[in-house]
Structure formats: C-alpha cells, structure tokens
Design a protein around this ligand. Sequence first.
Ligand SMILES: [Ca+2]
Length: 357
Amino acid sequence: MKKFSVCLLAAALLFPACAHEEEAPALTPQPGIRPHVTEPYVAPAIPAEWGDEAERLLSVPWSVVTAGATGDLTFDGEKIHWEVASQEASSRAEGIPSFADGVMTVDGIEFRWETLAAYCLLTVDGETWHLARAASVEDAQRAYRLVSGTWSGDGMTLAFDGGSASFTAGDRSLTGSWNLTADGTLTIQSGAAGLSLSKGAKVTTTSMETPDFPPELAVDGDLTTRYSSAYNDPIYVTLDLGKTCTVGCAVLYFETAYSSEFKIEYLDGDKWVEAAHVRGNTLSGAGQPVTVPFKKAVEAREIRFVGLKRGTEWGHSFYEFELYANVPGEVEVTVYAEGETMYAIYEGNTFRLTREP
Ligand SMILES: [Ca+2]
C-alpha cells in the first residue's frame, strides 16, 4: 500500500487536475506528507506510439507545468533532479532513476509514465525535449505526431529528422533547428552551416584587375587573399563545383572594393537562373561577410557571381566566395490538427497536410 500511496503522490503533484479534481486536496507538496485521496487513481491508457519514447525522454532535461504548481525534472546524465513549487510550499528530490514497467522511480517517488505521456505536450527545440501539460490526450498526441515523419500537401512540405526540420513552400525552402510551442507555433531557424561547397572549386572569370588577383584566391579558404576585377560592370566569376550539389546560400567577404549590387545565378541545363539578387549592399571587409540566402535551395554544379554595380571607383573584389547547402533564415508556421489531417498556416495561407506513410 505504501508504494501505491507514493505513486498517488507523484500523480497528484504532477497533475492535480486529472487526479479527480473534486476529491483531491489542495496541493501541499512537502517531503514526507501524503495527500489524502478518497478515490483510487485510474491512469489513462498510453497511446501506443508513445510507448518507446519513455526511455528517450529520460535522456534530456524537461519540465512540467501543472495547474497548481510548476515542476522541473532534469537529468544530468546520472541523477534526476526534481523540484516542484506552488504558492504554499516547495519540494525537491534527487537520485538515480530506475525505470520499469512504465514507472520511473526517483528517491522513492514514482512517476507514472502513462500519466506523463497522456497529459503532456511534447515539444522539441532541436536539442532538448520539453513537456508541458496538455488539455487532453488528443492535444498531446497532436504535437507528438507532428514531430515524427514527413507531412506534405497543397504545396508545403514539413519534414522532421531528430534535431532538424526542413520546410518547403512555394519559392521558400529552409532546413534547420526548430521549436514547437504549446500553442502550435512552429519556428524553424537556420544559419549558413557546414563546410563551404566552393573551397577548391574550378573557377573562371570575365574580368581581372591584374594577375596578382586571380579568381582562385576567392575559393582558397584564406581570408587574406583575394580576387579583384577590372574597374568595370558587369563582371562574372563562375564556379564549377565538380559535381551537382544542393546549394542554398552564398557568403561573400568583400574587400574595401565591394559590390553594391550583384546576383548569384546557377546553371540549369543550358540556362542561367537567378538564385538571389542583392541591391544596396554596403558591407565590406573580411569582418563583415554578406550572407545571401537563395529563394530556395537549388541543385547545381555551376554557380556564378554577377557583379552589376561597384560600390567604389575600384573593381569587384572579395576575399572569399563561399557556398552552403542550407538556406539561412527563419520561418514561423502555425500548426493544428483535426484527426489525421494537419493544417499549417504560413504567410496567411492555410495548407492541408497529411503524413506520408
Ligand atoms: Ca581567399
């Protein structure tokens, strides 16, 4: 009976509202004090697809918010630290967790997995999992189902792969870390990441100031060596990456002789297509790189810089012309579910999404 009482305590601490609201006493979470509960607690059924996630949830920090108190449960790789506070009192526990039959035990206190799983809203920010109290099992499942697999339809695709998500809608695509809040706001963020695809690429140009500033110096990975064009517009610097790559942005490190207007284009068959067009640039110097997100990631082997307007009386000159696979930026999408259909609202348009098998 003692074990059962402790179990009730954990359930009442975590979710006082769902442990028979009318009968449960006021929350007074203090060590050693057991609440008086007149009715047996009946745990809700575990959604089948949540079953395997219990162990995984223990490997990262998470927090719980209940109606009457807030609690933090963190796992430092060895010990679980549990702290709960309400207006009346606070309580803490610490210990090495054991996990069996869907129940996690810490320092004698049992945490029932089915309660956590059924009533928590799971969110992931790319590295850390969070649990917040959900209004219903359906709400909790909605978030969990969203974060697994690929959803597509009506011209939008959302795909989740552990810590990263990819997004495509119309001309916009982006891959990066993501966060889903309890109110259904999904944010995907990305910067230029990974290794530059252009380092060591085969490079040609239509214009060179002198042989001392050849285009090879724009892809040698050295921010002290540079390319410079003659003092005219337009000029072209064309990279051959050696094989077809996914390219989502360029980063340019201009010298004092910067470009105020330029385009990045890629070769599609025998046609050059605009990937990005920058006007009004004023950044120069190796310490102020210009990140140029493409409208969407492209598949290309040949990419070129088109210098349209020089910012100074000199040529177009840059220390490095880097290319990256991902499109940097941020998108915000509101998501909600009706049954097995997900709806996503992006830039005022509603997309109907279904999960790919
Ligand atoms: Ca260089």
